[in-house]
Design a protein around this ligand. Structure first.
Ligand SMILES: *Cc1c(COP(=O)(O)O)cnc(C)c1O
Length: 360
């Protein structure tokens, strides 16, 4: 077996230990005589799996009791509609900070149902920074404020959480969930597509403060109402059973290595190693202002499209895959989520140094 270092932005690497455990349990889970894929979601065995997944997520992320954890489908993209449908009051007013394509899509969707004001945007500089935000920029009368905590395509992140007073803050944490400590109490809603840092594609997590549940606008489809899922333990209909099972394995793995603080240390090491190299390179450079650099997605360029293409080709052949930048921005991007080992980043930096010498 020859596994590559996979720098994909999502779906992305899962810890090898998790894949091996899933393999060992695939045909027969425990004493159940069946695969998790074949199980009734109403069975005792499956209830224990989803309960464990929720318990572990609550413990690892330190989620208070007055928040519901919902296991949903439809991707983070469905949350772009579920957020306004569930959080708009009669005023239907929300504030959006546009820091990339995902944030922009979220704002556009909310604008279909109400007044989704753009408070600030970094589009003027290809989303290479996070706008400076102060409390007075937000409408104190808005139903919520929406931010995208880590901008997967452009490689920026919020280092500080903006102050929004009594207005609930909503955070898209698709590409940073479980990567660093996060104060859940600062948010009304957190949501994430699981395929970046938590599970295979098909599962979406929403962490919703209880007082924000039960007030959906009247056109909200039953399946888009948080209350539907909160009242039914994420089992109103069939949940993405196998994805939730793998998420449970990922959370067990994370707990076994020391939880969020331990993985944060490792993530800092990996990101610093790569940024240090970029800052000292005569060929490569990062594209994001240093103070807003993501720990998860590291975009970089040579400044020469042909050389970028050559790098992508040669790195792929050497076993570093999916380093091509997003189709909208070009260049390269290394996504270094929790499952990417330090050795993977070390090997990438060595490879980049070699490429730099050969192409000087
Ligand atoms: C990938 C991503 C999305 C879209 O997720 P889907 O699950 O594919 O809908 C939204 N927001 C961010 C920040 C992402 O990284």
């Amino acid at each position: 077996m020859n596994r590559v270092y996979n720098f994909s932005a999502g779906p992305s690497m899962l810890p090898l230990a998790v894949l091996e455990k899933a393999r060992d349990e695939m045909v027969c889970y425990g004493t159940s005589g069946q695969s998790v894929m074949e199980m009734s979601h109403r069975s005792k065995d499956y209830q224990a799996i989803i309960d464990d997944a929720e318990r572990l997520l609550r413990s690892v992320m330190n989620i208070p009791d007055n928040y519901k954890v919902l296991f949903l489908q439809g991707g983070a993209s469905s949350q772009f509609a579920m957020i306004p449908m569930n959080l708009y009051s009669e005023k239907r007013k929300a504030d959006y900070v546009v820091t990339g394509q995902w944030a922009k899509k979220a704002q556009k969707e909310a604008a279909r149902y109400g007044n989704a004001r753009i408070v600030a945007s970094s589009e003027d500089k290809t989303f290479s920074y996070i706008p400076k935000l102060t409390a007075d920029m937000f409408d104190s009368d808005a139903d919520y404020v929406h931010i995208c905590m880590n901008n997967t395509i452009y490689g920026t992140r919020y280092v500080n959480i903006p102050e929004t007073g009594n207005v609930p803050l909503v955070g898209d944490i698709s590409s940073m969930i479980l990567s660093q400590p996060l104060d859940v109490t600062k948010f009304g809603v957190l949501y994430a597509g699981a395929q970046k840092n938590m599970a295979p594609a098909g599962l979406t997590i929403a962490i919703v403060r209880e007082d924000l549940i039960g007030n959906a606008i009247d056109i909200t489809p039953t399946m888009f109402d948080y209350k539907t899922h909160a009242d039914n333990g994420s089992m109103f209909n069939t949940p993405p059973c196998y994805c939730i099972y793998v998420a449970k394995l990922v959370l067990e793995w994370l707990e076994s290595i020391g939880g969020i603080n331990a993985i944060y240390d490792i993530n800092l090491k990996k990101a610093n190693m790569l940024y240090d190299f970029l800052d000292n390179s005569s060929l490569f450079r990062g594209t994001v202002v240093p103070e807003d650099r993501s720990l998860m997605n590291v975009p970089f360029i040579t400044g020469n499209d042909e050389l970028d293409a050559k790098f992508v080709k040669e790195s792929t052949a050497a076993g570093f895959v999916n380093l091509k930048g997003h189709r909208s921005v070009g260049g390269m991007r290394a996504s270094i989520y929790n499952a990417m080992p330090i050795e993977g980043v070390e090997a990438l930096v060595d490879f980049m140094a070699k490429f730099e010498k050969e192409n000087a």
